[in-house]
Every structure is written in C-alpha cells, then in structure tokens.
Design a protein around this ligand. Structure first.
Ligand code: T46
Length: 136
C-alpha cells in the first residue's frame, strides 16, 4: 500500500563552478506534479513555529533555498522530523499529511512549489479533525 510518508526527499542536480551553484527545476522532470503555485516564507522568527495543518488535496515540495528549518510530518499514525538545510533538496509532502515548521534559522527562506492554487477550503486546521479523517 502507498504510504504518504514515503518518498520524501528529492535531490536536485546542482550545477556548480567557481562562480557558485545553480539548481534548475523543470516542468515534468524533478517534480511529481504540475506546479500551479509558488510561494516563499521569509523573515520568519527563530522561536515561532508555523503550519499546524494538513491539506485535503494539495501536494507540495518544500525547499530551504537559504538557511534551515525543521519540518514535522504526521500522517495520523507516524510522526517524522526532517531538517531542511540544503538548497539542492526538496521535501515532498503529499495530501493528508499534518505539517509543522519549526526552528527557522534567522536567514531561512523556504520556497514552496504547489500543485494547485490557494484554497482555504483545502486546509484541515484542527489536529483532532485531521486524526478523525485520517482514521476513515
Ligand atoms: C503549507 C505551509 C508549508 C495566501 O494568500 N496565499 C497562499 O498561497 C498561501 C500559502 C497563504 N496565503 C495567506 C493565508 C494567510 O493569511 O497567507 C497567510 C499565511 O498563511 P498560513 O498561515 O497558512 O501560512 P503557514 O506558513 O502556516 O503555511 C503555509 C501554507 O499555507 C501551507 O499550505 O503547507 O506553508
């Protein structure tokens, strides 16, 4: 059976030379969905956590393009923690996974690629409701 907590970290090819590094993400190649929305979190606070919700349908890739942060993933059965520190790796988060973002470094910029437009109705913001829905 497909496990939503599988296949989490995607390694992107980094093209580096004496000038620095470059990562390219192309439609239909590195990402397991069509990207419909891009957003980024910046100016985050080291002692302020974010997220605390799941999505009914949305799939996303999170990339710490600068700095680092820790992502907690929870599918209602299992809880995992992943520290994002490399701009050449992306964390895939499937639908129906509770996520929390903690321990942002002062310089963190978290880039997110999403497979659909913003829709508040897609959010499950109550953990109890999430657990209830995850059971069924
Ligand atoms: C997620 C994590 C990783 C918009 O207007 N459009 C958007 O596309 C997004 C993502 C947010 N917003 C508004 C809604 C709120 O008024 O921006 C405000 C902050 O959003 P939120 O409190 O949901 O931010 P986070 O950091 O808790 O969660 C975000 C995403 O919302 C969420 O989908 O998975 O980043």
């Amino acid at each position: 059976m497909y496990n939503t907590m599988d296949m989490q970290l995607i390694k992107f090819q980094s093209h580096g030379d004496e000038r620095g590094s470059l990562v390219a993400i192309e439609h239909g190649k590195e990402i397991p969905f069509d990207v419909k929305r891009i957003y980024y979190l910046y100016d985050t606070k080291t002692d302020v956590a974010r997220g605390f919700h799941a999505h009914k349908k949305l799939k996303q890739i999170l990339i710490a393009v600068n700095g680092s942060c820790t992502i907690i993933l929870d599918d209602g059965k299992e809880r995992k923690s992943v520290k994002l520190t490399n701009p050449d790796e992306g964390l895939f988060i499937d639908s129906f996974v509770w996520r929390e973002m903690h321990d942002f470094s002062e310089d963190c910029t978290l880039l997110v690629l999403a497979n659909s437009h913003y829709d508040e109705a897609d959010y499950i913001r109550s953990y109890d409701k999430f657990l209830e829905m995850a059971k069924s």
